[in-house]
Design a binder for this molecule. Structure first.
Ligand SMILES: Cc1cc2nc3c(=O)[nH]c(=O)nc-3n(C[C@H](O)[C@H](O)[C@H](O)COP(=O)(O)OP(=O)(O)OC[C@H]3O[C@@H](n4cnc5c(N)ncnc54)[C@H](O)[C@@H]3O)c2cc1C
Ligand code: FES
Length: 367
């Protein structure tokens, strides 16, 4: 049997000892900041640093949508088309996290990727990114993630149904999988022709015969329902379908596909959680912060807290990334997706997702 005895400092190589001393000296000189803080200032995208990106350009797509070109840090890993990335951006001194689908082609020569953001009324981050973000801004990043991607063996016939900003993950797929998708229909809805994000490029793809494009301009032609889509795409049952858009549209499609017995051929991506069950709210206390808010039973604790000025961890805001998890010290919360009640007695520290949990009576969050 061999026993490993840690080497005393004196036994390390003179170079390692020297390096250690140099770091200690640098720490003394730079206190209260650490040398690593200075490195972050000069090279925030370096390997080994927290993953960040730098906004290189903001390219306007429509009156309320823009593609943001981001140069990721050195540790960024290639994504799979259709995936999204969590972005943290400081707005008025508060770091806000949101999720955005990646829309660019893989392996751009400049090493950047793009997200495409549609500004929504009163939207904090989307309006900031579309109308106020400037090149040079540093954002926080997570590695790309998500399941809204083509399978390894692409389907012979594909259908994409999108509305508004729901085109973004599909554009990521179309731009990257031209060779694999030989028979593709895209049904896309937007208020007018000018509001179609990537309108010109999609029409060009259609002109080249890469896709069959069906545009629905809802201001003049109204919304498309599942039955009209079935009429426009008669071989819909033979197609694998990916859909992304408003919750109502996705629910209608899910119902139609289920009643046709082909629910397993429909893949959906949601940008917002499906809130199914609400109830009585209650008083929420953030014990470390010392803030107490009254929240109704339909408002996620995350939203109620931010409204009261409490700085909260967050990410996708729809229950998929777990970036908002905090311990519930005491009380009860309701999962807005299924009505499930979670309770905790003092000290239990049960973890809850604050973005999809509402107060169900008084509760105390360890934050
Ligand atoms: C996996 C995933 C991928 C996403 N990809 C994209 C993308 O590629 N492009 C894109 O533009 N957005 C995308 N989103 C949505 C994005 O993360 C934000 O939710 C959106 O930009 C709104 O954030 P905000 O800060 O502007 O709004 P907030 O300040 O958070 O909300 C303002 C108001 O708008 C409501 N609201 C929040 N989100 C939406 C929404 N999506 N639609 C309508 N009303 C909303 C809120 O309830 C609130 O009342 C994605 C979301 C997820 C979960
Ligand atoms: S913010 Fe992503 S799970 Fe709550």
């Amino acid at each position: 049997m061999t026993t490993t005895v840690p080497r005393p400092d004196s036994a390390r190589s003179p170079l390692a000892t020297l390096r250690k001393r140099a770091v200690r000296l640098a720490e003394m000189v730079t206190t209260p900041l650490l040398p690593v803080d200075y490195l972050d200032l000069f090279d925030p995208l370096r390997s080994g640093a927290a993953l960040r990106g730098r906004i290189e350009a903001v390219l306007h797509e429509t009156r309320d949508a823009a593609s943001i070109v981001i140069r990721p840090g050195k540790d960024w890993l290639p994504h799979t088309p259709g995936q999204y990335v969590r972005i943290g951006i400081d707005i008025e001194g508060v770091r806000q996290w949101r999720a955005y689908s990646i829309t660019s082609v893989l392996g751009r020569p400049d090493g950047c990727f793009t997200i495409t953001v549609k500004a929504i009324p009163d939207g904090k981050v989307s309006n900031h990114l579309v109308h106020r973000a400037r090149p040079g801004t540093i954002v926080q990043l997570d590695q790309a993630t998500g399941e809204f991607c083509l399978p390894e063996q692409a389907p012979e016939k594909a259908l994409f149904v999108t509305a508004g900003s729901g085109i973004t993950p599909v554009m990521g797929i179309l731009r990257n999988h031209a060779a694999q998708l030989s028979d593709t229909v895209l049904v896309h809805s937007a208020p007018t022709a000018d509001d179609v994000v990537f309108g010109e490029e999609l029409r060009q793809m259609a002109a080249e015969g890469r896709i069959r494009l069906i545009e629905q301009h809802t201001d003049s032609a109204g919304m498309l329902d599942a039955r009209s889509i079935a009429e426009l795409v008669p071989d819909l049952h033979e197609r694998a379908t990916w859909a992304c858009g408003p919750v109502g549209m996705l629910e209608a499609l899910e119902e139609h596909w289920a009643s046709a017995g082909i629910a397993d051929r429909l893949y959906t991506e949601r940008f917002r959680p499906r809130i199914l069950v609400t109830g009585e709210g209650g008083t929420v206390t953030f014990s470390r912060n010392g803030t107490t808010v009254e929240a109704d039973g339909a408002t996620p604790i995350l939203d109620a807290a931010e409204e009261a000025g409490v700085l909260m961890p967050s990410g996708c805001r729809m229950g998929i990334c777990f970036g908002c998890v905090l311990p519930l010290r005491e009380g009860a919360v309701r999962d807005l997706r299924n009505g499930e009640i979670t309770t905790a007695a003092p000290g239990d520290g049960v973890l809850i997702q604050t973005c999809v949990s509402a107060a169900a009576g008084a509760c105390d969050i360890d934050h």
